[in-house]
Design a protein around this ligand. Sequence first.
Ligand code: HEC
Ligand code: HEC
Length: 209
Amino acid sequence: MHSLFPPLLGLFLAIMAFVARADESDGAALYAPCAACHGAAAEGNVDLRAPRLNHLRPVYILAQLDKFQRGLRGGNEASVAAQQMAESSDLLPTVARLPELAFHISELTSPASSSTLQGGDPIAGGKSFMRLCGACHGANAMGNVALNAPRLAGADDWYLLAQLQAFREGQRGRHREDRTGRQMRNMAAMLSDEQALQDVIAYIRSQQE
Ligand code: HEC
Ligand code: HEC
């Protein structure tokens, strides 16, 4: 009883500190090859059409990486951007280490991305969002893990537009085994025209912190 910390507790704390440090640097090392396109803080790069990732939950990141790897997303009929990402799957670590990578990305932070679109009406967009999208993505576009619906608040406006167009044109969500993508394809088709897309995006953008 001569020490405040029993020796074993001290050893335990030292190990935990080491594990925490190792995790942190491992995640960063796994992410390093992705930063060339997605940016050091996963803030996205519009010139490369590589979206922001740091607003996404690890479970959605993992699901999409799995789709890119298995050809459910980014196949022959997909956009050039999606094909580029599918090819970048070579840079991914082994399956066992993917959660570490996804977790690391979700812990990164960056300021809100700037707007590249004008002309969307957030009020009109809010009405269609509540009617068509909120049930899955949540009224504030924060996503719903149980429904596999990703968070949209915080996403780049140009990327939201590109994805909604890709779903509408059947470039994304086409693969037979892409169940969640097919679901989203039907929903994107319900937005009547380009203006309706812009309005919904203006609403989503109004929901980011
Ligand atoms: C050559 C550039 C490039 C590299 C390198 C790259 N990506 Fe991507 N990534 C993209 C592009 C472009 C897209 C958008 C695809 C689309 O439009 O469908 C994308 C999309 C994604 C998405 C889907 C996001 C969403 O909201 O659905 C995830 C997740 C992702 N990348 C993770 C990674 C990870 C992890 C790495 C590193 C192993 C990586 N990317 C490396 C270009 C790249
Ligand atoms: C039935 C549930 C459901 C509804 C309703 C729905 N979504 Fe989705 N949405 C999903 C799912 C699930 C995904 C993930 C698709 C995948 O796994 O590739 C998704 C993906 C998306 C993406 C791609 C995000 C990214 O990071 O790549 C966008 C954008 C999107 N939804 C917008 C909308 C909009 C706008 C509406 C309303 C018009 C809507 N969604 C309605 C379930 C839904």
